[in-house]
Design a protein around this ligand. Sequence first.
Ligand SMILES: [Zn+2]
Ligand SMILES: [Zn+2]
Length: 281
Amino acid sequence: MSRIDLHTHTTFSDGSCSPTELVELASHKGLDILAITDHDTTDGLSEALLACKDLPLELIPGIELSAQYHNREMHILGYFINLTNSQFQDRLDALRSTRIERLHQILDRLHALGMDISLEDIEQTSKIGTIGRPHIAQVLIAKGYVKSMKDAFEQLLGSRGKAYIPRVVPEAHEIIDWITDAGGIPVLAHPYWEGYNKEESTTVCQTLVEQGLQGLEVFYGTFSARHISFNLGLAKQFDLLMTGGSDFHGALKPDIALGKGRGSLHVPSKVVERLRVAAGY
Ligand SMILES: [Zn+2]
Ligand SMILES: [Zn+2]
């Protein structure tokens, strides 16, 4: 039986392990197949591929992109993307620029609240890759402005926080096209369907499928059996691929274990076989 984790983050976005450390940890934990799905970037994958070279571990290239759907944010995973697709990489560059603009706006808000935190401080916590709010939170904790990541989000950075700036992200159908245009498989990440009832969830899923969505992350690090069975039903109803992963972030989400999530994650091997066939590998 293969051990599989198809949703993980490295220091190239908001994880605490470098790609090499993550690959070594995966191998140490006996994983057979690992996908790295950093936010807005595929730049960590070449290091990870190199680190896998002499290990019995298969690396699947992935990414996680934020999208909006009727003013709600959702995350879409892309697997088996052609990493050298220049149009895709240009689109990612543009996304990262909007993240930096937002970062400046958040810093302005924090300054107005009397907090002494600079772009350089944040760049030191995220030397490479995509800068996100967790990096700002780390600096706020280090400087004693808040006690924990939870406080940082509740008081300042989260949607009800004093320094919150909403992020403008592309529409779901655009993100689905970006991934498909680069030869990848678009999969809806962690479908909790928060704020939607059963019928609404089904309608949203149907619309996304009509827009080109090909899979659902049925198995997820923090899903209950009820969530899994609901998403399994949707995957069957719309003939979707299934994927699964922990959403491992290392020390930044210490309750989530690689390959295990909160303990009960199990991703069946057939999931990867079907994903591979769909991607033409
Ligand atoms: Zn996500
Ligand atoms: Zn994630």
